[in-house]
Design a protein around this ligand. Structure first.
Ligand SMILES: CC(C)(COP(=O)(O)OP(=O)(O)OC[C@H]1O[C@@H](n2cnc3c(N)ncnc32)[C@H](O)[C@@H]1OP(=O)(O)O)[C@@H](O)C(=O)NCCC(=O)NCCS
Length: 172
């Protein structure tokens, strides 16, 4: 995957220590927690652990989503589980919702994954009630494959919609 991905309005780049404060501020949001695995409250220490340990690891390949002046607005990434298809995840700070940024960032990550030629299928999950996230996935041609119930974490027993994207994958 490339180090940096540019889109019309955004830059996707590796998260770094300078992002910790902005991540801690934006991610400390009950509405984001309700739709993701991010904890609430979300502390400075959570942001530090994310940047220093998890963001770029065997299990995760995350990109900070930034405006052209490098203001951080959210995060998008691939969760990597050996033997399973990569799963895409994302969140934006609430002040930046509703402007098409998630669709632009996720779409760019899909294109980059496609260009590697190694990725035949991408998966994504969203809480069934998460209409905005489902709209993002559907605009990017993810196919709904069914509903399950989450089995762990703070959102146990919550209905979750699963999606997959296979179209055009594996052909660089
Ligand atoms: C989900 C999230 C990333 C969307 O970000 P965003 O930049 O606002 O998304 P976009 O503007 O690219 O697209 C959102 C789409 O959802 C639609 N939408 C928003 N709220 C909706 C609702 N309640 N019902 C139906 N559609 C809705 C918008 O109209 C838009 O579609 P359009 O472009 O066709 O009009 C953002 O709301 C977020 O971070 N939420 C909290 C964390 C989260 O849910 N992460 C995803 C976990 S699976």
């Amino acid at each position: 995957m490339p180090d940096r991905i540019r889109t019309e309005r955004l830059v996707l780049r590796a998260p770094c220590r300078a992002d910790i404060s902005a991540i801690a501020t934006l991610a400390d949001n009950r509405k984001i927690h309700a739709m993701t695995t991010l904890p609430y409250p979300y502390s400075q220490q959570d942001a530090e652990a994310f940047v220093e340990t998890f963001a770029r690891s065997e299990a995760e390949h995350a990109y900070a989503i930034a405006l052209p002046d490098d203001e951080l607005i959210g995060m998008v990434g691939l969760h990597l589980d050996p033997g399973a298809d990569p799963e895409i995840g994302y969140w934006l700070g609430e002040p930046y919702w509703g402007r098409g940024y998630a669709t632009e960032a996720v779409g760019a990550l899909l294109d980059a994954a496609r260009r590697t030629g190694h990725c035949t299928t991408l998966r994504a999950k969203a809480r069934s009630e998460n209409a905005a996230s489902r709209a993002v996935l559907e605009k990017l041609d993810f196919r709904y494959v069914g509903e399950t119930v989450s089995g762990c974490g703070s959102h146990k027993d919550v209905p979750v919609a699963s999606y997959e994207l296979t179209k055009s994958f594996g052909t660089p």
